[in-house]
Design a protein. Structure first.
Length: 604
């Protein structure tokens, strides 16, 4: 046994620049901005490389990935402009890797590449793999270059990653706990083969992992170039100064808010067809306390964890990023502020608490793979709590997304797997309508083009359109959800992970609630029962699935809406003439003009 006094740990590998009391004043501000911008450019280059080299549409088209640079203490320095739910958890991923290495007595070495996806050690959920590349300077560990990405199959008990029916963390994926797939520059072929043998679509998934590695290694190389150009200590100091600047900017905005506690609560669908009450209509509650320049978010009133159902949310990998995203983007809106870099400094004024054993902080081995919809609802309720204190900077309730996995087996006995996202919608804002058919809050992924779907998979998109007469009415109307209908060209299966088929997005300040979404399968008798989830349903050739996105909540009295805006919505087939009159009090004539006199009389 190794003597404990001579065992090398991760902490022994670092001799980083000591934090200074006031890093912003310790470096020339122009040099700080130049280096800070260069660090962001490195992350952007990583993102471009990843999208260009990836195999799957979820990375290549939807951009469901993240790229970031962190210091040796897992503090994020810079990130690319991509999916918040991929980038937000990256510090937790790296902290989890460091913790596991400490537990095992392992250390980092030049040339290492670590693969990690454990939600109980910082990961967002099992399908989001992190590739971590340690960066050294003069033999000391000084930084990490990291990529994360969603993978379309992770060796679970069902195809794909929309898994809503599984019993624990062991059955929802291949568990990769800080695994060195490249060690000191040498490929660990046994680890690679083990992963490949447990994946249904190994060419695609292993190719995406290779793309992640190349992008992370490129980030490490570019960071070394910055050390060579500006000096190691100067780059590190610039990173500290940028963190300090971001923290200061957020604290200044928090300080402008009146002290107090602001609360919001609502429900997620859960499993609407379950006979077990503990699995459906689950409460989420946010109590947000403003205290000087700090915000404390208490989630103690949220429902208990759901054993044997994967809608539990990893605390560090999903819950904290969801809450932080809303606070940061609301108080530091880029429409009003110059760009405030997203880094560790942003996290310092915000403190999130959730009791262990709750749906927002489950105990291992509770499954978590379907945490997306609940987490986005939690972000929505954080926004609702902020609406009580800064209504002018917020929006009404958002329409949540639905994520579908389509899969099948070819004539050559090879699996195909495709993941599709039915867009949601944003709620109305004080001075503008909500955004239509878009990914909301911490998702921020892109639409996958129909041409890409139909050219790669045995699927046909029969319909892709906006809903009609379903918006949350208001002075500013809520965003409108999308209808997407997918027809199978060969027999296959489909799974759906979603929320928002029972509970409508909330309206604000007199605005009406939006409209829930729906899931419809051809040939099923009862289409009226709300449903937001589906587990590996068998589909025949020619059978279709229709997903309907919710519509966002409205803002303000609908009868105060500009009649011309109502007319434009009628022209765009977003609302009918009947709804224009009934809800908005606007009379649109047969030749599609506003009858101003009749409208004024109707509104009186």
């Amino acid at each position: 046994m190794t003597d404990s006094h001579t065992t090398t740990t991760v902490r022994d590998q670092t001799s980083a620049l000591t934090d200074v009391d006031d890093p912003e004043s310790a470096i020339d501000p122009v040099k700080q901005r130049v280096i800070g911008g260069s660090l962001v450019n490195v992350c952007d280059e990583m993102g471009h490389k990843l999208t260009r080299m990836s195999y799957s549409s979820i990375i290549r088209e939807s951009e469901d990935f993240g790229c970031a640079l962190l210091d040796e203490r897992a503090r994020q320095i810079a990130e690319t402009d991509s999916t918040p739910l991929q980038m937000g958890p990256i510090p937790a991923y790296v902290s989890g890797v460091i913790e596991l290495f400490e537990e095992r007595g392992e250390t980092f070495a030049e040339g290492d590449v670590i693969l990690h996806n454990d939600p109980y050690y910082g990961a967002s959920h099992a399908p989001d793999f992190a590739v971590v590349v340690p960066v050294f300077h003069d033999d000391d560990l000084t930084a990490f270059s990291v990529t994360t990405a969603h993978h379309l199959d992770v060796g679970a008990d069902k195809p794909g990653t929309c898994i809503i029916d599984t019993v624990d963390a062991y059955s929802e994926s291949v568990r990769l706990d800080a695994l060195k797939i490249i060690e000191s520059g040498t490929r660990n072929d046994t680890a690679w083969q083990l992963i490949e043998d447990n994946i249904r679509v190994p060419d695609m998934v292993m190719g995406d992992i290779e793309a992640q590695i190349s992008a992370a290694q490129a980030g490490a190389n570019r960071l070394q170039d910055l050390f060579d150009e500006f000096g190691h200590d100067t780059v590190k100091l610039a990173g500290q100064a940028t963190m300090s600047y971001s923290e200061r900017m957020l604290r200044e905005e928090i300080s402008e808010l009146p002290d107090g506690t602001y609360s919001a609560e609502g429900y997620i669908d859960g499993y609407l067809d379950s006979d077990d009450e503990s699995e459906r209509d689950l409460l989420l509650a946010v109590d947000l306390e403003v205290d000087g320049s700090d915000i404390r978010v208490d989630l103690s009133r949220c429902a208990a964890q759901v054993d044997g159902r994967p809608i539990n949310m990893p605390f560090e990998g999903t819950v904290v990023p969801a809450v932080l995203l809303v606070i940061r983007s609301t108080l530091l809106d880029t429409e009003e502020f110059e760009l405030v870099p997203q880094n560790h400094g942003i996290t310092r004024p915000v403190h999130v608490h959730a009791p262990e054993g709750s749906i927002v902080n489950p105990r291992f081995p509770a499954p978590t793979i379907a945490r997306f919809g609940p987490g986005n609802r939690l972000a929505d309720l954080t926004l609702k709590a902020l609406a009580d204190v800064v209504p002018e900077k917020t929006a009404a309730g958002i329409g949540n997304l639905k994520i579908c996995t389509y899969s099948g087996v070819t004539d050559d006995d090879e699996y195909w797997v495709y993941m599709d996202i039915t867009s949601g919608s944003y709620g109305a804002r004080p001075t503008s309508d909500g955004l239509d058919a878009t990914d909301t809050l911490y998702a921020n992924t892109r639409n996958n083009p129909i041409e890409d779907i139909e050219s790669h998979y045995p699927l046909r998109v029969n319909r892709y359109e906006l809903r009609e007469d379903a918006e949350g009415a208001g002075r500013q109307r809520g965003g409108i959800g999308a209808i997407r209908e997918m027809e199978f060209q060969t027999p296959g299966r489909v799974s759906i992970e979603g929320e928002g088929s029972k509970y409508a997005p909330w309206g604000f300040d007199g605005g009406e609630d939006g409209t829930p979404g729906a899931v419809v399968v051809e040939d099923e008798i009862d289409e009226s029962t709300p449903r937001s989830k589906m587990s590996n349903k068998e589909m025949d050739e020619g059978q279709y699935l229709r997903t309907v996105g919710p519509c966002g909540g409205g803002w303000g009295d609908p009868e105060e809406r500009d009649p011309e805006a109502v007319r434009q919505d009628v022209l765009d087939d977003l609302i009918s003439r009947e709804r224009a009159e009934r809800v908005y009090g606007v009379i649109v004539t047969d030749d599609l003009e506003v009858d101003e006199e009749a409208t004024a009389e109707r509104r009186r």
